[in-house]
Design a protein around this ligand. Sequence first.
Ligand code: AMP
Ligand code: GLY
Length: 418
Amino acid sequence: MKILVIGQGGREHALAWKLSQSKKSKIIFVAPGNGGTSTEEKCVNVNIKADDFPGIRKFIIEKQIDLVVIGPEDPLVNGLVNYLEDLNILVFGPCSNGARLEGSKIFSKKFLFENDIPTGKASFFSDPASAYSFLDSCVYPIVLKADGLAAGKGVLVSKNIQEAKEWVDLVMNNSLFGAAGENILIEECLYGTELSFMGIMTPSEFIPFETSVDYKPLLDGNKGPNTGGMGCISPSPFMNDTLREKVMKKVVYPTINGLNEMGVSYYGFMYFGLMVKDDEPQVLEFNCRLGDPETQCLMMQMESDLVDCLEDALDNKQVAISWKKGSSMGVVIASNGYPEKYKTKIPIEIGNLEDLKLFHAGTNIVNNELLTSGGRVFSVNYSGSSLEECVSCIYNRIDEIKFDGTIYRKDIGKIYES
Ligand code: AMP
Ligand code: GLY
C-alpha cells in the first residue's frame, strides 16, 4: 500500500512510524513531514503543505496513493476529506461537517447541549459590549474561548474580571486570533482531573484507544501558561471500568447518535477532552483528530497493525485494537520562549538515546544538518513495564539531546490529582 500522511508534527511522526511497521505498507509519504519522518524506514517527506489541497490531490493521483491519513485539524475543518472524496481512495478523517465539532466551539457546545452530553454551562457572544457586561456578573475563575481554530491558544482560564475583559478586548476588538475570535464563549470553570479519551469513530461504533494524560501547562507542578502539551503518560491512572462505561454511555454514544442525526458520516479519529470528578465525565472539548503528544505515547503502546485498523474502520468492519501492558510516557523538549516567541534554525546534536524513541516535531534537515523549526521540537518517548521505569529511562538520557535553549518539564510521570 502507498500511504500519504498529512502534517508535520510529533503526532504525524508517530503515525508514520507506526504505519511503516505494517506488513501492508510499502511506502509512506509525509507531507510536509519533519526532520524525523524523513529518516524513518519506508518514509519519504514530500514538500507539500497541509493547506495546499490542489498540491495534495495532484500528488495522490500521480503516485496512486491508496490511503491518506490526515493528522492536524486545519485541513479537516477546511474540507480536505470532501475535496478528495471523488478520488475513491481510502481517506481517514472526518468531512468538514464532522470536523466542525472542533472547528467551532459554539457549534460543539450547542451540539453537547442538544444531545444532553454533560458539559459546562456557557453563553455565546458576538459583540464585546455584551461580553463585558456579562463578565460583570460572573463568578471567577471563568473560561473564555474563541469560537474558531486558534492554533491551540484560544482558551483562557481567567482568574479575575480585569484579565477577562483584557482578553475580550484583545480577541474581539484587536483580532488576536483573526476571524476565529469574532464570536466567543464564556464558560463555567470545571474542576477535576483531565483525561484524553481518543479512538477511532465510525457512524456505528467507537473503538477507544488506551487512555492518556496530557501535561498541558509549561512548567513543573502544572504551573505557567497552557501549551499544546509538554508531556504525556498512558494509561491514565484515573481510569477505571465504571468511568469507562460512563464515558461510553453519557458521552460517546450520544455523540455518534447526534452526528448520525445531523446526517454526518464520521470516519476518523475522535478525541474527547474530558474533565472528570468523582468518576463523572464532562466534555471540555471535541477534537476531530488525535492529540499531540498523546499520539506518540499511544503509538508506542499499540500492538495492532494500524493500517488494518484504519482499513477496517473505513470498510465498516469490526475493528479490534490490542495494547501492550505496562506504561508509556513522553517528555516534550521545547525551545526557550515557547509557547510565545522562540528562535528557530538552531543546530541540534543527538547523543546516545539507547532504548528511547525520539519523535521529532519542530525540526527539519537543511544541508544535512538537523535544525529546530518550531516551538515544540521533540517528544522523547519510552514504553516499559511501569511508569517509574519510563520516568527513569527518559530522564536519565534526555540531556543527550542538545540545542541552545532546550526546555522541558522535569515532573512528567508525577500524578496530579486535579
Ligand atoms: P479546550 O481547547 O476547550 O480543551 O481548552 C484547553 C484547555 O483549557 C483544557 O484542556 C483545559 O485545561 C482548559 N479548559 C477548557 N475548558 C475548561 C473549563 N470549562 N473549565 C476548566 N478548564 C477548562
Ligand atoms: N495535547 C492536546 C491536543 O492535542 O489537543
